[in-house]
Design a protein. Structure first.
Length: 221
């Protein structure tokens, strides 16, 4: 399975998720960064929203349940609330993020970065393995890269965010538990490191140039 950001597969899965969202009673839209969104009003229209969701992109050739489980779970929750006619003191929104893995452009969380308002415009120059820039990929997808900021959500329009995610480890299965609550999370950082020099066994006298350490590279994925 390969479903990465701003591709035909992304477009198709957004359309499918939007259908499921509407069937669950939500109004739907695609935001300025290609995240598929849906909303069920609370007791009165216009209330701040509790956001549920996860991501729809996959690690190439993997991740069959990674992300999509959280999106489907969120839609199922809204479907149940809607069918039961439960008036909540907040709106419910589902966000199906277009990019979490960062596997196409080497920069993770592009979808949620846009929603959080922390998208760096410099990233538009990132390229995929075919040399396509993120800027051109947005345009090809039908989005305007100059209007990404429109995807940012005002904090006062939200009451919180909750995500169900498949466990990417063995602990729940080993403990024979269906569900756990995350108490810590990995903080991933990516560096591009170039080491110049030549190989030599520890202690081997060098006759060539000395090990040379370059200045730190500009932070990049
Ligand atoms: Zn995931």
């Amino acid at each position: 399975m390969r479903r990465v950001y701003l591709t035909n597969e992304h477009r198709a899965v957004n359309a499918l998720a939007a259908t499921w969202m509407r069937e669950a009673g939500m109004t739907t839209w695609q935001d300025a960064a290609g995240n598929q969104c849906g909303r069920l009003e609370g007791a009165v229209p216009g209330l701040p929203a509790l956001v549920l969701g996860s991501h729809l992109d996959t690690v190439p050739s993997a991740g069959r349940y990674d992300g999509i489980l959280g999106v489907l779970t969120a839609i199922a929750v809204v479907d149940r609330i809607h069918a039961a006619g439960i008036p909540l003191p907040f709106a419910l929104e589902v966000v199906a993020f277009g990019d979490e893995e960062g596997t196409r452009f080497g920069r993770a969380l592009l979808g949620s970065r846009a929603l959080a308002g922390t998208f760096d415009p410099d990233w538009l120059d990132l390229t995929d393995e075919n040399g396509v820039t993120l800027r051109d990929a947005y345009t090809t997808f039908g989005l305007d890269p100059q209007h990404l900021a429109a995807a940012a959500r005002a904090p006062e329009s939200l009451v919180g965010y909750l995500e169900a995610h498949i466990e990417q480890g063995p602990y729940l299965e080993e403990a024979d538990r269906p569900l756990g609550i995350v108490s810590t999370i990995a903080g991933a950082r990516r560096f591009a490191i170039t080491v110049n020099g030549h190989a030599g066994h520890s202690g081997t006298p060098s006759t060539g140039e000395r090990m040379h350490w370059p200045a730190p590279a500009k932070s990049s994925p």
